[in-house]
Design a protein around this ligand. Structure first.
Ligand SMILES: [Zn+2]
Length: 408
């Protein structure tokens, strides 16, 4: 009750100082339809107000909270199915195990965390190569518990791409695969956004000087796990309040790509698609659903046009879970070419993925408020599709993963 009095006092002060409130009160006034400030058809309400009836805007009587402080609790009561462990053993194809592979104690704690989630295997996508790769593989092989549960992708060094680069890069990749790496990745977003050639120009994703390395990946029969660009909202002319990722962009400066300084989202997508098309014998896994989880029709067109393309679900759960029917149909249709991956290694976040994939729960929270101002829904995938996404597709795509002991 106390807060009501506080607000009542506040509102009197607000009316005096707030031009729109003053106008509302002095206008037709009173209760009912006459309240509010009119706008023209097609116009949006002035800042600080909201449309309460067609073409009529009003400001709240109390000072509105910032988006950080508005935390409404849902009153919806509906069946809840929390899923702590995946229904089938999973392979996390987008692992960033944060140093846990470099010691026996680290591997032990990784194993305990994965056990609690039913993640049987992690594919480390930390771009390891050379001596670091060998040392890490030796560590993994020395762990009785983890030796069949961790595999590692090799990194390609994109510095100094020019004459002679491809021969060196291929020799290193062959050595890394011989040492035990099972594929390439994660090729990071720097490739395309920021990596330069020796002459200072931007290294484009479809640069012909790179062709030999992609052909080598086809010859070695290894998948290429690649993260291109970032969510399209990160690439903007001006950052305003219509941007769905405004809060995230305001929090993290390194996610901003203002268009006077960075290549556009579409430039990067065009170069990426050229790369995939130009090397049909090379298998590419587009991380983060290619940043098209918000436009599954676009991703579907790519999947149809490029049989060498697979995709992975890391860090785009907020888009999958807000379109349960569309996402369900997409996952069923492309069930042979989607891999599970988590990206950022936070064990408490995996169960959100299980819940979205395995249940038909309605309207539940996502794990990061700043990614998504909305709730998620379960997409209720059939068991056979879950198995493919959790482990079968990764095993098929990556023959060097331990192939035995998985459910049929
Ligand atoms: Zn990653």
């Amino acid at each position: 009750m106390r807060s009501v009095f506080v607000f009542a006092g506040l509102s009197a002060a607000l009316v005096l100082s707030h031009p729109i409130l003053a106008q509302q009160t002095n206008g037709r006034g009173g209760r009912g339809g006459g309240r509010g400030t009119p706008i023209q058809p097609g116009e949006s309400c002035p800042a600080g107000t909201t449309e309460i009836r067609p073409r009529s805007c009003m400001a709240p009587e109390f000072a509105a909270p910032s988006i950080l402080d508005y935390r409404p609790k849902s009153t919806l009561i509906t069946p809840e199915h929390m899923v702590k462990t995946a229904k089938y053993p999973a392979i996390d194809y987008h692992g960033h195990p944060q140093g846990l592979l470099s010691s026996a104690a680290g591997l032990d704690s990784l194993g305990r965390a994965l056990d609690g989630l039913n993640v049987r295997m992690m594919v480390s996508a930390d771009n390891m190569s050379g001596e670091r790769l060998k040392a890490t593989l030796a560590n993994v092989r020395a762990s009785e518990k983890m030796k069949d549960r961790v595999r590692i992708l090799a990194g390609i060094n994109f510095q100094n791409v020019g004459p002679g680069w491809a021969e060196k890069a291929i020799a290193q990749l062959e050595a890394d695969i011989a040492a035990g790496a099972v594929g390439v990745g994660e090729i990071g977003k720097g490739f395309g956004i920021s990596t330069k050639k020796p002459d200072g120009s931007r290294l484009k994703l479809d640069d012909p000087e790179l062709d030999p390395i992609w052909e080598a990946c086809a010859r070695l029969k290894i998948p290429v796990f690649i993260h291109t660009a970032d969510p399209q909202e990160f690439f903007y002319q001006t950052l305003d309040f219509t941007n769905e990722r405004w809060l995230e962009l305001a929090l993290f400066g390194d996610r901003r790509y203002p268009q006077d300084r960075f290549p556009s989202f579409e430039t990067l997508m065009t170069e990426r698609d050229n790369l995939f098309r130009k090397h049909p014998k090379t298998t590419f896994v587009a991380a983060h659903m290619g940043w098209h989880a918000n436009d599954l029709g676009r991703l579907a067109k790519m999947m149809d046009a490029m049989p060498n393309l697979y995709t992975e679900v890391g860090a785009v759960l907020y888009d999958i879970g807000r379109q349960p029917r569309g996402a369900h149909d997409f996952f069923v249709k492309y069930q042979d070419r989607i891999l599970f991956g988590k990206d950022s290694f936070q064990p408490e976040e995996y169960p959100y993925y299980w819940r979205v994939f395995e249940t038909r729960d309605d309207y539940f929270d996502y794990y990061r408020g700043y990614h998504a101002f909305w709730k998620l829904y379960g997409i209720d995938l059939p068991d056979e599709v879950l198995k493919k996404i959790y482990y079968k597709n990764a095993l098929k795509l990556t023959p060097a993963l331990p192939q035995s002991g998985w459910p049929k």
